[in-house]
Design a protein around this ligand. Sequence first.
Ligand SMILES: NC(=O)c1ccc[n+]([C@@H]2O[C@H](COP(=O)([O-])OP(=O)(O)OC[C@H]3O[C@@H](n4cnc5c(N)ncnc54)[C@H](O)[C@@H]3O)[C@@H](O)[C@H]2O)c1
Length: 438
Amino acid sequence: MRIAMIGTGYVGLVSGACFADFGHHVTCVDKDAGKIAALRHGKIPIFEPDLDRLVADNMRSGRLDFATELQEPVAAADAVFIAVGTPSRRGDGHADLTYVYAAAREIAAALTGFTVVVTKSTVPVGTGDEVERIIRETRPDADVAVVSNPEFLREGAAIRDFKHPDRIVVGLSDERARKVMTEIYRPLYLNQAPMLYTKRRTAELIKYAANGFLAMKVTFINEIADLCEKVGADVQEVARGIGLDNRIGGKFLHAGPGFGGSCFPKDTLALIKTGQDHAAPLRIIETVAAVNDQRKRAMARKVAAALGGNLRGRTIAVLGLTFKPNTDDLREAPSIPLITALKDMGAKVRAYDPAGMTNASAEIPDVQFADGPYACVESADALVIVTEWEQFRALDLEAIKRAMKQPVVIDLRNVYRPDEMAQLGFVYDSVGRGDMAE
Ligand SMILES: NC(=O)c1ccc[n+]([C@@H]2O[C@H](COP(=O)([O-])OP(=O)(O)OC[C@H]3O[C@@H](n4cnc5c(N)ncnc54)[C@H](O)[C@@H]3O)[C@@H](O)[C@H]2O)c1
């Protein structure tokens, strides 16, 4: 199959490289000429484990190439995937579909022969109808089927997720398109990945319902963590105790500083708006978004409390800036409102992240960046662990303690054990295990 991937961000680049690895011919297109030039020279614009090797291998084999203009690749394609961004629209939280519709218009003009246009971007219910309307309006003669195929990959484990998905969701009503989609995903189908064919609108909603549910799970355990702190229970044991129940499942039950990232915050907001627009308000998701919003600044108050309530003139070392480990993505990362709140309270912030500092220096002003974890904590009044990068799990705690002005650690990812930290002489606070260090 010949595939054109429109938008070469996290999803477009990973999907494009994986499709090429399946044996298809893929051209990844992006408007960002700098990104395409870098990719042609083997430079990967994002941090994603193993992606450099996958891209290089498939470029070498001639199955993966890059372009800034979509005309030729679209004209040659059996399937054109739209993988452009769908950020929150400023002001109202709806998904901003400007990029999707602009891509649809451009794709329409370039279509030749029967082509399947596949929306991979996360888009609200009914967007496929509008994409189809735009294409038919622009090119009434085009032989096209518009399909929804939402993506469920997680940054940091994107290639594995793409190649070993829990399921592949495809929303369509055209039999020819079904054949093309089956052929594209055939290698996964052979690996027994369930392929779920639905109506297009259903597929679009599945993506938002999945993200809404996962965001709800995270928020649920965060609130249970707050209660644990008040009643002297351990949230990790509660999570394990409920997670072993198959009806609940143990994943996404890690208490922390609130969810962030490029998907959950914007997707919960967009789902709320869709519900409101259709007079079917999703009150649970509305509450999830509100609770999560409050949480990030509340974490700064936790830091202040550990230092006796006053942060003015104090130096706070922050380890981890990205919204999760193994990515350089800082979009909606909890570290940003947390650091802002620390600065609002008069603290000086020094930070270290293994991959996120380039993005962070553009995003977070007035923060000093350190070369590594030990330089970061030098003479600090408190250390806050915000992202659970692997390298923060085995810090030399004696060296950390020696370097700090005072040994205060606020572990927002529950990386360390309260009893061990107490033994080492740290004043230690974490999430949902508040009483255990005493
Ligand atoms: N990032 C994730 O983990 C993830 C996971 C699942 C789904 N999604 C969804 O996938 C979509 C893409 O997300 P992303 O994180 O890859 O976004 P991104 O911002 O990393 O990449 C989007 C790319 O599209 C390009 N682009 C925009 N308009 C274009 C056009 N007309 N022609 C060519 N290129 C164009 C941009 O230059 C950019 O490089 C979003 O809807 C997102 O919600 C993301």
